[in-house]
Design a binder for this molecule. Structure first.
Ligand code: HEC
Ligand code: HEC
Length: 324
């Protein structure tokens, strides 16, 4: 908070409290020179006002609240940048980045300041960790079993499926068949490769698909022509002349999608010839992709789930298109 805001908040907070106190004192003075209970002479609809003092319990409560709020503001943060005499903070308030967050969380753990989440993770690890290890490691307990082999173990894929439902289904669907923008993981059509190591790398480190926007470079007509050519690649009926012109323009796309449009795993560039569409295969959807670009993000999971669980998840994902 900058200094101006800090002073502003402090003045308003203290001003309100002392203002209330002043009002209370002012109201409890006898300003009318009358005895308690004497009529003030104000009568409305037959109801007359008496000069009664404020009820004692109410005044004490009021004073108590003023004292309480001043004590609270002295002990805890609240008055602008003043950190409070107790030095209390809610968790990690000064954290500005993921690195700082991770460092703060790590420090809290080494100081044994476990938050509830950590405690539950430790407990879950005690209960399930051994099971995860049993399913993923070789008998020597040091090296992982190959993912393709874990995928043959029904118990392991069931555990993998549960992990998938908890962590992945919100994007890829509970049946892993995906949705618009979220790839189907069951169809053996891969953006980033379906070999066990490629699947594992995708899940560990995440992926970012970058398809630029081509509107500025190709113009309206160019976008239309390239769209026709792209649609023709999967056997759709299109204006042949337009597609021919689009083919000539496809050279700029070939760098990522390959000269024949069959895609390229290193870039995560989809195969455009198989009639499987990440963002929809209607003319409008394909044109929209080319015009405005796309930017699919698959999050990285290694810091969230750890490698043992990812080994199981990789086996589950691998099993979806390989166990028939
Ligand atoms: C926030 C949404 C989201 C979540 C959660 C998510 N993913 Fe993804 N995932 C994506 C997107 C988007 C892509 C495609 C990235 C792209 O377009 O380049 C993707 C891609 C993938 C791929 C690569 C598919 C291919 O064709 O190469 C795999 C495998 C995968 N995810 C597995 C998982 C697993 C396992 C989990 C759970 C641990 C998970 N995902 C959780 C959004 C998500
Ligand atoms: C820098 C590499 C790159 C270039 C160049 C490129 N693309 Fe892409 N394209 C991608 C990537 C990566 C994706 C997937 C985006 C995602 O995962 O979010 C994609 C997605 C697409 C899709 C969507 C496919 C689907 O399944 O929904 C179409 C259509 C497409 N590109 C057409 C083109 C055309 C036409 C050009 C040339 C004008 C082109 N791309 C140039 C990388 C590229």
């Amino acid at each position: 908070m900058n200094t101006f805001l800090s002073v502003f908040v402090t003045v308003i907070s203290l001003g309100t409290i002392f203002g209330c106190l002043a009002l209370l004192i002012w109201c409890s003075r006898d300003k009318m020179g009358m005895e308690d209970g004497a009529p003030t002479g104000h009568t409305y609809d037959g109801i007359s006002e008496l000069n009664n003092p404020l009820p004692k319990w109410w005044s004490y409560l009021f004073v108590f609240m003023v004292v309480f709020s001043l004590a609270y503001l002295a002990l805890y943060p609240g008055l602008g940048n003043f950190k409070g005499l107790l030095g209390w903070t809610s968790s990690n308030q000064d954290v500005r980045s993921l690195e700082e967050y991770n460092a703060a969380a790590e420090k809290a753990r080494t100081d044994e300041l476990f938050v509830q989440y950590d405690r539950e993770m430790i407990k879950a690890d005690e209960v399930f960790g051994a099971k995860f290890r049993e399913l993923t490691y070789q008998a020597d307990g040091e090296t992982y079993l190959p993912i393709a082999e874990i995928a043959q173990n029904e118990e392991a894929t069931q555990v993998g499926q549960r992990l998938f439902l908890q962590n992945c289904a919100q994007c890829h669907g509970s049946d892993a068949r995906g949705a618009r923008g979220f790839p189907n993981l069951t169809d053996n059509d891969w953006l980033y490769g379906g070999e066990p190591a490629q699947i594992k790398k995708t899940i560990m480190d995440g992926r970012q698909g970058v398809m630029a926007s081509w509107e500025a470079m190709l113009g309206d007509e160019g976008v239309r022509e390239v769209t026709s050519y792209v649609l023709s690649l999967s056997g759709r009926k299109v204006d042949a002349v337009e597609a021919q012109k689009g083919k000539a323009r496809f050279a700029v796309c070939a760098a990522c999608h390959g000269p024949e449009g069959k895609g390229q795993i290193a870039m995560g560039a989809p195969n455009l010839t198989d009639n499987i569409w990440l963002y929809g295969g209607s003319r409008a959807a394909v044109e929209d992709t080319i015009r405005h670009g796309r930017h699919g993000v698959m999050p990285a999971w290694k810091d969230i789930l750890g490698e043992d669980k990812i080994q199981l998840l990789s086996a589950y994902v691998y099993s979806l298109s390989n166990n028939k």
